[in-house]
Design a protein around this ligand. Sequence first.
Ligand SMILES: [Zn+2]
Length: 424
Amino acid sequence: MLEADLLVRNIGQLITVRGSDAPRTGGAMSELGIEESGAVAALGGRIVAVGPENHVLDAVSIGPGTVELDARGCVVTPGLIDAHTHAVFARTRESEFAMRVEGRSYEDIAEAGGGIRSSVRDVRQASEEELFTRGAKTLDRMMEFGTTTVEVKSGYGLSLESELKMLKVISRLSELHALDIVPTFLGAHEFPDEYRDDRDGYVSELTRRMIPAVARAKLARFCDVFCERGVFSIEQSRTILLAAAKHGMVSKIHADELSAFGGAELAAELSAISADHLVCASDEGLKAMADSGVVAVLLPGTTLSLGKRDFARARFIIEVGGAIALATDCNPGSSMTESMQIIISLASMVMRMTPEEALVAVTINAACAVGMERSVGSLAVGKLCDLVLWGVNDYRAIPYHYGVNLAATVVKRGTVVSTLGRNV
Ligand SMILES: [Zn+2]
């Protein structure tokens, strides 16, 4: 008999997402591995048994120290994985949002001191303590909404000193916060003011000084670039990502958000782990990504928040055999939400992803997009016991019933980290 210190029983629909840990594509994006009348048992934060309740109860011994959670016939899924965020920042930018609603252009807003560069000014002035406190609050809220693993980028420092400050804050949050955090270096988020007239100068600062220093300090697993017209060119993006790869960092790309710029093609060429946004990506680029196994991370919250009508082409990506993950893009400029639940709803409502595809996109495929598929993303023996007990008894209600928090209880590494206690 296996010992268990946590037993979740009486699960109406247990969504295991069991099977291969590779990114799911095509029809496999609809396979949830549902177990009716299921249970999950864990010891020391890892799953020791999962499946039909009678099998789990036969396999594990329950002692006086075992915590038992009654799912009351409801849905249980793996913890959600938010594969693209800028969750560490110093200040929100609601005044810019109001300007945008009134019809002011991006250029107007930038002239009035807004945009990414305003977040850069704020982060440069903020202390590590201030960034930590605000970041922890953001992560708390993500967790309440069912997120248990999150990727967090730097990119509001844009100098060696300030980027290292951000990455140290991300590393401290990773140590002290219950959420698992995957750190990404995004020194190539924008050109800092001091390099406005010497863009190639900043690229060599990145490749010669910043990337080696970040790698030496082991502060980032991935390197990301904002590859877009007016920001980093294809050539500059390639140079930066190849330099990062030499230092052991895996490539991610902010690709084709505002124009068909060739970012998706570059992601395929470099075998990036993911290319993100992709609203304007070309057919050829999306096909090349599918052929090279690059995960498409779609961020519908950003499109919605910017008031745009055209969303990334999820159906086309699935048709050509691509793998989709979803994320909040949580950031103070273009997507101020911590909730993966609203992203799941948007995926279904505006990108026509089925509830099954949306759930695969926020679990195993999102895990693949951040290189965490061996430990999270599905419910299998040996993986981390990260779960959401939902206040609904049919998983299709998760995208359907939107704008409210349906995550009744959230479990991270076998411990309850958030409880609303609400049911259906
Ligand atoms: Zn982003």
